[in-house]
Design a binder for this molecule. Structure first.
Ligand code: CMP
Length: 225
């Protein structure tokens, strides 16, 4: 595997040549097409993944078939670590949103390697802690914040990962369908569409196909509070 790809992941950016070389041997490169599933919830997990390019959605399905999205992750972020640190079935299904490229690291080789590289273990712990904070916040929002507030928050969160400056605001090419956006917010498609249409009428954003241009970040932030 190309050394640049290994170092492009923040998790491994600070590794010296020798450490990177020993890790590279246990890495596999994975390419996924739009809507391709990498693994399913409930499967036995044997790898941790780092995203090099693209977006991965992590979702869960209820017993009656309804879907909920836990997160949309982008370049530099990792997932699949729960089955490494706490061996057990995958806690979510991982699916590529558009085309994506990933690095896969087999648990058998990575675990002993990690013991030799506490600085990487620390970065992993920090990422886990951040994820727990975010999950707690999402949980509180589901109880205390209305759907438009959650929509505003989800869009701002997506903009920090995938936003790019545009002429009149921030273009967030999230590539999600309206159904997927609703699954991320934890509400029905109709309610989420209504909130989006309302924001557009107020001039806070402009809707585009599988993308949105955020025009008034301050108002959206206030609405997300
Ligand atoms: P694992 O259970 O191995 O496979 C599914 C992965 O989804 C899991 O590891 C985590 O990396 C990731 N994941 C699970 N829950 C969340 C969450 N609430 N937020 C972000 N990522 C998550």
């Amino acid at each position: 595997m190309d050394d640049d790809i290994v170092r492009s992941a923040p998790l491994f950016a600070a590794l010296d040549e020798q450490a990177a070389a020993s890790l590279r041997e246990s890495m596999v490169e994975v390419a996924l097409g739009r809507s391709e599933t990498l693994f399913d919830e409930g499967e036995r997990g044997d790898k941790l993944y780092v995203i090099v390019e693209g977006k991965i959605k992590l979702g869960r399905t209820s017993n009656d078939g309804r879907e909920n999205l836990l997160a949309i992750l982008g370049p530099g972020e990792m997932f699949g670590e729960l089955s490494l640190f706490d061996p057990g079935p995958r806690t979510a299904t991982a699916t590529s949103v558009g085309d994506s490229r990933l690095i896969g690291l087999g648990n058998d080789a990575f675990e002993p390697w990690l013991l030799q590289h506490p600085e990487v273990a620390q970065t992993l712990l920090r990422a886990l802690a951040r994820r727990l904070r975010r999950t707690n916040e999402t949980l509180a929002d589901l109880v205390f914040t209305d759907v438009p507030g959650r929509v505003a928050k989800a869009l701002l969160d997506l903009s920090t990962r995938f936003g790019r400056p545009a002429d009149d605001g921030i273009l967030v090419a999230h590539e999600l369908t309206q159904e997927e956006l609703a699954q991320l917010v934890g509400a029905s498609r109709e309610t989420v569409n209504k909130a989006l249409a309302d924001f557009a009428t107020r001039g806070w954003l402009r809707l585009e196909a599988r993308a949105v241009v955020l025009l008034d970040i301050e108002r959206l932030k206030r609405r997300a509070r």
